[in-house]
Design a protein. Structure first.
Lengths: 201, 191
């Protein structure tokens, strides 16, 4: 019973207490770069979550075989292999998303969130905990990216998931789908997030 | 003329940090003092130029002829990671003063997506040649330096400002970066 409560906390910490974007500020480049719409944010989040999950599984399985001196290069190779898989799958099956995310797909390799979890968690914990950790962090990342994408899309293009709810010629805050809007929107979402998490404590 | 366009485009119009969102981690991480931001900019200039040169040659003369183009991501990151290590070791031996100035920033650069990003972006240039790719990398690192140093000096001034409690720390930095990015948006249409 104690075990299952711990696993629940392990899962939830990635979403609220240690949220990778709002609290730990990891993986900021894709967070800001691809979130001009909710769909792009969701796609990037899921792609990153897949790589995070697979790398956590593999790292946790081989942790006793890898000498600690070469562990970082070994982790990077594992991560880069899964990123290459994601890159090829997206190009073949969802070319639209592949075009939209562009350079940020190969850059999942250098997302500090993934290497960070491999080093800080998966290399020290068993398989089950590592999977749950990856799922929690991954869901936290997906939520953050989708929320930021949705906020920017609503303000910038007056739509959500491509569904337009203002008339075609309405004036929207175009600023929010341009680069400065990413910083400004994330700033205010972080303020809100801080406020909510302080209240809950 | 073409080279001037690359330079202006990389520094002002498509600034690597403020318009393309590459290298955000060091942009927020090492921008609390102007002096450290200058050191970091120097290290990035050095590594980015060298990395682009090596990865470009590797891509052109090894990966493409061998039909291994799909291994691009995995080779590039390995090359960059080992290159950074090598540079660190060589600098320590050959030029201790330079190592003193750049040394602490070098390990940080491996996970700097700007370096990998520019190495990949350089492959997509029109009629790309080695000289052009290297010039592209130098221009982008100048853009990185400009953004980082300007942002660091803004942050130094902000220390004296009276900031609302909820905005302290991360949010105000993001907001200032947003305004800086807005200023750079004014260069759109220059090229």
């Amino acid at each position: 019973m104690v075990e299952s409560i711990n696993q629940k906390q392990n899962f939830l910490k990635g979403i609220v207490k240690d949220n990778p974007v709002f609290v730990m500020l990891l993986g900021m480049c894709p967070t800001l770069g691809v979130t001009s719409s909710a769909f792009n944010g969701l796609g990037m989040g899921v792609a990153t979550m897949f790589v995070l999950l697979m790398s956590n599984i593999v790292v946790s399985l081989i942790k006793s075989q890898v000498p600690s001196k070469v562990r970082i290069p070994a982790f990077i190779i594992i991560i880069a292999s899964f990123v290459t898989i994601v890159e090829m799958v997206l190009e073949a099956f969802i070319p639209f998303l592949y075009e939209q995310l562009g350079i940020f797909i190969p850059l999942i390799v250098v997302n500090c969130l993934i290497l960070g979890r491999a080093e800080a968690f998966a290399s020290k914990n068993n398989l089950i905990s590592s999977i749950i950790d990856a799922l929690g962090m991954g869901v936290g990342f997906v939520i953050a990216l989708t929320a930021l994408g949705a906020a920017r899309e609503i303000l910038g293009s007056g739509s959500l998931f491509e569904f337009k709810f203002v008339s075609e010629d309405a004036n929207t805050f175009i600023l929010f789908i341009l680069p400065p809007g990413a910083f400004i929107a994330l700033a205010y979402i972080t303020v809100l997030f801080n406020k909510i998490s302080i209240k809950n404590n | 003329m073409e080279y001037i366009l690359i330079l202006i485009s990389a520094v002002f119009v498509n600034n690597i940090v403020l318009a393309q969102f590459l290298g955000i981690c060091p942009f927020f991480g090492v921008s609390s003092k102007v002096s450290t931001s200058v050191g970091m900019s120097g290290a990035v200039l050095f590594v980015m130029t060298l990395a682009t040169m090596v990865t470009f040659l590797l891509h052109q003369y090894v990966l493409v002829p061998a039909g291994l183009d799909y291994l691009r991501t995995i080779t590039f990151i390995l090359v960059i990671a080992s290159l950074v290590q090598m540079v660190e070791i060589i600098l320590k031996k050959v030029s201790p003063p330079l190592y003193q100035a750049l040394g602490v920033f070098l390990p940080l650069i491996t996970t700097n997506c700007a370096v990998l990003g520019v190495a990949i972006l350089a492959l997509g240039l029109e009629n790309v040649s080695l000289l052009k790719a290297v010039f592209f990398a130098v221009s982008h690192s100048i853009g990185f330096a400009l953004a980082l140093i300007v942002f660091a000096s803004l942050r130094e001034h902000m220390e004296l400002a009276n900031i609302p409690k909820g905005m302290k720390g991360v949010p105000i930095n993001l907001l200032v970066a947003g305004l800086l990015s807005l200023a750079f948006l004014g260069f759109t249409g220059l090229v």
